[in-house]
Design a protein around this ligand. Structure first.
Ligand code: ADP
Ligand code: ZN
Ligand code: ZN
Length: 660
């Protein structure tokens, strides 16, 4: 008799023991079917033991050990153990979330074999610039673990640096994991990597892949058959037997943070994984997160800088700050921007009008009684979508028809309030009847396929004026685009969220980087009522280091991250009073008094206090010492597990939260 200790996909901080006739330590890492409750579950064998903490006769026998996959390796378990401990997540959940859905099924569909990829000829790389040469040389794979920040302005050729490092790793017989933000995983990048390394077996891993494709790609990475994995955050846990380099592109991007289930930062896990394996990790960005920048300043990370655009013909765009207090605006657009668009039209170049979405989503309002279209399930307004004539809640997704009259007073003259991309699109089309106006937002682009088609149209010169939100800001090269106009930036300047300036700066640098990527000179116009704000002074000079220094000074004075370490306990329940009472109990636990380095704040409702009919509250725990916080959290979590709470109450802990 042997005991299998099994990880199951449950939010419980324990593993489950089963008995089998025979098993050996070589079976650790195999999947196993086990009875659970009245049914059956699929888990992963974490240990094979002779004894259990329970009498053997009380343990149920496992049903079947699956041997269609090689055992998950020891370094995979080490990584999952780290994530479980660091993020206060159940080990079983961490292990199971790392597997593609297809491998977690009890009744797997029959698999088709992977299509053989066509052999092709590798595209020749360009000669590196001097800065790129220095950057590539700075990463020494023979030196064991090293973390690097590649800080390079948009268009400075960071991708080329990644590709050279990939090339070297492949030559050494290693695998490479290239992490990219959700939105950047366009066929363009994949195509670029594939055409450079046609024989490396490039696979992508992201949430939009069909189940079968994802399993196939995951297996190729795990077997070592694929040497390059191009993936979004979920791919950071993919076991890869010969992993020799991790690259995180756009490391500041919010999509590296998982916001539900196990809440983790794939960027931070990447650094930890590289550390465990003794390999280099490279984080790249034009506007690094302030956490990463602080690590580079303190020399924990090696800083590599690209100051020039790689294409010698391309220069950084001129950024102009336009004071809207001195102009008449039409649909939010000032005369200088109108004139600049006209010039571009005359020259056959493209313009982009970029809306900072916050403050730009139109809601429906009644001028007579003050009614606004609020979501009945959330503490949020419903947004007006003219194209399909619906009101939609962007938080819970519920939607309604547009009412013909005010539901409160019956007034038939109800108006959209706030400007949306659709209204702006309409106005631009009226103002420039000869121009082809193309709107790019979540409404016009719903799937990856539509996104590809849209990008092809833009590249093919089928649009003169683009109107868009975040989607257009990142990672795209439109050679004919020479003008970017930014509307609605101000709402982020004075937001309560102290991370808002960091995000705004990154976003404005990104979107400005769209202008003048090729030979044509780019211009950026940012409309604001606060032209003297210091953020704009840094922006005009393309001075990220200056901006970061200013922000870090403020954070240090205020005692915010990265100078403090945080975790947040959140509770949600049908009644806010229940959520807050639960948090109050958690805030008053005696063990807190034994940890003098830990500061616990008062429970408060979350910014979006009601979501999908649940009231949400939170409690911040903070320390100036990360080890102190890490020592406190598991004890606190265990104590919280003992709190008696209403059955509908749910809670979780998030470590290093980005949003409150
Ligand atoms: P980033 O990722 O820093 O925004 P990219 O790697 O996309 O920049 O490079 C920007 C542009 O410069 C691309 O069109 C790329 O082909 C070109 N480029 C990159 N490196 C070189 C080089 N060494 N010589 C010539 N062109 C280059
Ligand atoms: Zn009314
Ligand atoms: Zn809602």
């Amino acid at each position: 008799m042997r005991v299998l200790r099994v990880a199951l996909d449950l939010p419980l901080h324990r593993l489950f023991d089963y008995v089998v006739e025979s098993a050996s330590p070589d079976d650790i890492g195999l999947r196993v079917r086990v009875p659970f409750g009245r049914g059956e579950k699929l888990g992963v064998i974490v240990e094979v033991l002779a004894e259990s903490d329970w009498p053997l006769e009380q343990l149920k026998p496992a049903i079947e050990i699956l041997r269609d996959l090689l055992p998950l390796p020891a370094d995979f378990f080490r990584l999952c153990q780290f994530a479980s401990a660091y993020y206060q997540a159940a080990l079983g959940e961490v292990i199971m979330q790392a597997l593609p859905v297809g491998l977690k099924r009890l009744d797997p569909p029959t698999r088709r074999n992977a299509r053989a990829s066509r052999p092709s000829v590798a595209l020749a790389p360009p000669a590196l610039t001097q800065e790129q040469t220095i950057a590539v040389a700075a990463v020494d794979p023979a030196a064991g673990f090293s973390a690097h920040l590649l800080h390079g302005v948009t268009g400075s050729g960071k991708t080329e640096v990644y590709l050279r490092l990939v090339e070297r790793a492949l030559a050494d017989g290693k695998q490479v994991l290239l992490l990219v933000p959700e939105i950047n995983l366009t066929p363009q990048l994949e195509g670029r990597v594939r055409s450079r390394f046609p024989d490396a077996g490039v696979v992508s891993l992201h949430s939009e892949l069909a189940e079968a494709a994802r399993e196939r790609n995951w297996r190729a990475a795990f077997s070592g058959e694929a040497s390059i994995v191009l993936g979004t955050r979920l791919s950071i846990f993919t076991p890869m037997p010969r992993l020799g380099l991790i690259v995180v592109d756009e490391e500041h991007d919010a999509s590296f943070k998982q916001q539900d289930g196990m809440r983790y930062s794939a960027r931070d896990v990447a650094v930890f994984r590289a550390h465990q394996l003794g390999i280099p990790v490279l984080l790249g960005s034009a506007t690094p997160s302030l956490e990463t920048w602080a690590n580079a300043q303190s020399k924990r990370y090696n800083l590599i800088t690209l100051l020039e655009r790689a294409n010698p013909e391309a220069s950084l765009p001129a950024i102009h700050i336009l004071d809207t207090r001195k102009m008449v605006l039409q649909e939010g657009v000032g005369a200088p921007l109108v004139a600049a668009i006209k010039e571009r039209l005359a020259r056959g170049e493209q313009s982009l009008v970029f809306l900072n979405r916050r403050g730009y989503s139109p809601v429906l309002a009644c001028p007579a009684c003050g009614w606004v279209s609020r979501c009945t399930r959330c503490a949020a307004n419903m947004v007006l979508h003219l194209a399909d004539k619906r009101l939609r809640c962007h938080h819970c997704g519920c939607e309604h028809r547009i009412p013909k009259a005010c539901p409160t007073c019956g007034n038939q003259d109800i108006h959209p309030f706030g400007r949306g991309t659709q209204r702006l699109e309409g106005w631009l089309q009226e103002t420039f009847p000869e121009a082809r106006v193309l709107r790019v937002d979540r409404d016009s682009v719903k799937s990856r396929k539509q996104w590809e088609v849209m990008l092809d149209r833009i590249h093919g010169g089928e649009a003169d004026i683009l109107v868009g939100t975040q989607m257009l800001a990142k990672g795209h090269d439109f050679p004919k685009l020479t003008l970017v106009g930014v509307l609605g930036a101000d709402s982020a300047l004075f937001a309560a969220d102290w991370r808002a300036p960091e995000r705004l700066f990154a976003q404005l640098m990104q979107v400005a980087g769209r202008a003048g990527r090729a030979e044509l000179k780019g211009e950026v116009q940012i409309q604001t009522q606060y032209p003297d704000h210091p953020l704009f002074a840094s922006l005009v000079k393309h001075d990220y280091p200056g901006f970061a220094a200013e922000q870090l000074k403020e954070r240090e004075q205020a005692g915010f991250p990265p100078y403090a370490f945080q975790a947040v306990l959140r509770a949600e329940a049908p009644e806010m009073a229940d959520a807050i009472a639960f948090l109050k109990t958690a805030a008053a636990m005696p063990l807190i008094g034994e940890h003098e380095n830990i500061m616990i704040y008062d429970p408060v409702p979350m910014k979006l206090a009601r979501l999908a009919n649940l009231e949400r509250g939170q409690l911040l725990a903070e320390s100036y010492s990360r080890p102190a916080l890490q020592a406190f959290l598991p004890l606190w979590r265990e104590a919280i597990e003992g709190i008696k709470s209403p059955s509908k109450l749910r809670w979780h802990i998030e470590v290093d939260p980005l949003e409150f």
